[in-house]
Design a protein around this ligand. Structure first.
Ligand code: 13P
Length: 301
């Protein structure tokens, strides 16, 4: 399966490819099974902060676990956020992480230069695109600021962020960005918020987010490449459906499934029990929230 073709097909057909985050290694098995049993196509992905701040261990550990439980025809392996500047404002050797992921068998990668000035983001993305394209895989980049991970901005009320369109991806800038960076998919800031990683917020339900559907339409029209929505947990379902119609072709879901797994593990200290709870939640998300059940034939033909 070729990730680039599948996401392109999702865009053309008004579908979405969910991408599920893995902060704990045993989650891989349950998510892969849920995707296959819904006859869907989805990515299993890990972000750098999930092996640095959670328990995903490393790029290679996630790849090993993935290839143990992968469901050919249903699952893909994606490297989520490798930031150039991380949540703690430290510089990251992002190219080396990207190269390790490619060597480990990841089928698409993301570089996140969104904390950099525009030109530096273009430059970092271009460097990653060069390496990834040589390996024959697509690159996701981010332009604009999807709020949430940065502790300093968590105090701003969500309504204010949305009303003022704080950090939202600007159309003109995005056109220049994809032309100069050669990225294949663009993560856009259009109202969603990343799951919080601060200790006191880890167990909290996310505030219900909205989407600026008009901005998504404008971006899709101007760019013509698949758009990615981060912060997929806790968005009003009506907005999700409209967002997909408007051009969102990949959607990242982290907090919802992390909490399903962690809460179950706390309830009963039993990995199989937690996997079962996660499996059921993941099926619900695919079927009832994203409405992507049974799309395998459409996306793979
Ligand atoms: P949520 O945790 O809000 O689902 O977001 C996940 C995400 O965007 C990972 O990149």
């Amino acid at each position: 399966m070729n990730s680039k073709e599948i996401v392109k097909k999702a865009l053309e057909n008004g579908y979405v490819v969910p991408a599920f985050n893995i902060p704990h290694l045993p989650m891989v098995k349950a998510v892969a099974q849920a995707v296959a049993d819904e006859n869907s196509v989805a990515m299993i992905q890990v972000a750098r902060l999930e092996w640095v701040k959670f328990e995903a261990e490393s790029i290679e550990s996630v790849a090993n676990e993935y290839f143990k439980y992968a469901k050919p025809g249903h699952t893909l392996l994606h490297l989520d956020h490798v930031p150039v500047i991380d949540e703690d404002h430290k510089r990251v050797d992002y190219l080396s992480d990207i190269k390790r992921a490619i060597a480990a068998g990841f089928q698409s990668v993301m570089v996140d230069g969104s904390r950099l000035p525009f030109e530096a983001n273009v430059e970092a993305t271009y460097a990653v695109a060069h390496v990834a394209h040589e390996a024959g895989i697509p690159v996701e980049a981010e332009l604009g600021a999807v709020m949430g991970h940065e502790t300093s901005q968590q105090s701003i009320p969500y309504e204010e962020i949305f009303e003022k369109k704080m950090g939202f991806t600007a159309v003109e800038e995005a056109v220049r960005f994809i032309r100069d960076s050669r990225c294949d998919w663009l993560s856009v800031a259009v109202g969603s918020v990343h799951g919080a990683i601060a200790d006191n917020l880890l167990d909290k339900k996310k505030p219900t987010a909205k989407l600026d559907v008009e901005r998504i339409e404008q971006l899709e029209k101007a760019l013509g490449i698949p758009l990615v929505l981060h912060g997929g947990s806790g968005i009003d379902n009506d907005y999700i459906m409209k967002g997909i119609k408007a051009g969102i072709a990949k959607i990242n879901v982290g907090t919802e499934i992390r909490q399903a797994y962690e809460f179950a593990l706390r309830e009963k200290n039993d990995i199989e029990y937690a996997r079962e709870k996660l499996y059921l939640r993941c099926r619900e998300i695919i079927k009832d929230f994203l409405h992507t059940s049974g799309d395998a034939e459409i996306l793979l033909v």
